[in-house]
Write a protein that binds this ligand. Structure first.
Ligand SMILES: [Fe+2]
Length: 322
């Protein structure tokens, strides 16, 4: 029952060939349909995980969240309408375009288009990455995570938490509100930053192998201005990652080793350690805010704040499981 994973993301852009090169060359996704108006990309056995459309409108074209049961669509449709949202049933043509059996469409309080879908279509042929990688960590964890800028965070929090049933993982309140949510074992599949802006802050894809991230980092550094955050490690989800500037201005986090949580026992809590244990130097920021964030991680390091050495180590768990 309920929402179980981030299924797909859609972006509006007129920089189609830049997105093609970025998504397949750096992110290692598999480019599928190439038309003048749309590009679609695979990350696994799903027929589609990312699409880019050349049409007028906000950069965020759609966030697609997967539900467990077909009846969840009616359940959430009723809840959303009771909460004042306008809900539409996806047409057959739209469901075909999204490669899903059925979906509903609505907007969140900031006007972001959200789609809930049931039963995504699988491809019959194997996933072929755009550069040699060990694949993406998806499956029951979903496509990765999406982090949105937020204006009406006081309305967005109850919308995602109470109406859609997302669970708060943790949150920080300074220098601006930042809420992280889980819908499965991935520490967060969704987050929002109360920055007063709209649209994507970033989305994250998680690679199976740290070398996939490192080799992408080498490629990104060869492109002038491509790296937005240097390699670093986050304090809440333990993700080792770098952030790249996408062709649409927002970032894409290239991650490895994210933390799994037990949703049954997890307690939401406030965090104070700052975003990163080390690294993640924000090359795009002016010196002042950059220095403030740098000081936060130097403080974290000076206090010995770090991820547990063995617990939550996906490499070790993988070895043990193997
Ligand atoms: Fe992230």
């Amino acid at each position: 029952m309920g929402i179980i994973a981030l299924g797909y993301l859609g972006i509006r852009s007129d920089r189609m060939s830049d997105w093609h090169d970025f998504a397949s060359g750096l992110l290692a996704m598999q480019a599928m349909d190439v038309t003048k108006a749309a590009r679609t990309f695979r990350m696994d056995d799903r027929r589609q995980r990312l699409f880019v459309v050349d049409e007028a409108g906000p950069v965020l074209a759609a966030m697609g969240w997967e539900v467990a049961e077909k009846s969840d669509l009616d359940h959430f449709g009723a809840r959303l309408e009771a909460a004042g949202a306008m809900v539409r049933r996806g047409t057959r043509a739209l469901a075909d375009q999204r490669f899903v059996e059925d979906l509903i469409i609505f907007e969140d309080p900031d006007g972001n288009r959200v789609e809930l879908f049931f039963n995504p279509m699988r491809a019959s042929d194997p996933f072929v990455p755009g550069r040699p990688i060990s694949g993406f960590r998806t499956g029951a964890l979903g496509m990765g995570h999406a982090v949105l800028h937020a204006v009406r965070i006081d309305a967005l929090l109850p919308f995602y938490r109470d109406v859609l049933g997302f669970h708060v993982s943790d949150y920080g309140l300074t220098p601006y509100p930042l809420y992280f949510f889980h819908v499965n074992e991935r520490h967060h599949s969704f987050a929002m930053v109360g920055s007063g802006q709209i649209g994507f802050h970033h989305f994250m894809v998680e690679f199976r192998n740290l070398d996939d991230v490192g080799q992408g980092y080498d490629l990104a550094q060869l492109q002038e201005g491509r790296v937005a955050y240097t390699l670093g490690r986050h304090t809440n989800d333990y993700m080792t990652s770098f952030y790249a500037h996408s062709p649409s201005g927002f970032f894409v986090e290239n991650g490895w080793g994210g933390r799994l949580i037990d949703p049954a026992t997890w307690e939401p809590h406030e965090t104070f350690a700052g975003p990163s244990f080390w690294g993640h130097e924000r090359l795009y920021l002016p010196e002042e805010p950059r220095a403030r964030l740098r000081q936060m991680r130097l403080d974290a390091a000076a206090h010995g704040i770090r991820a547990p050495a063995v617990a939550d180590c996906p490499w070790l768990y993988g070895q043990l499981a193997g």
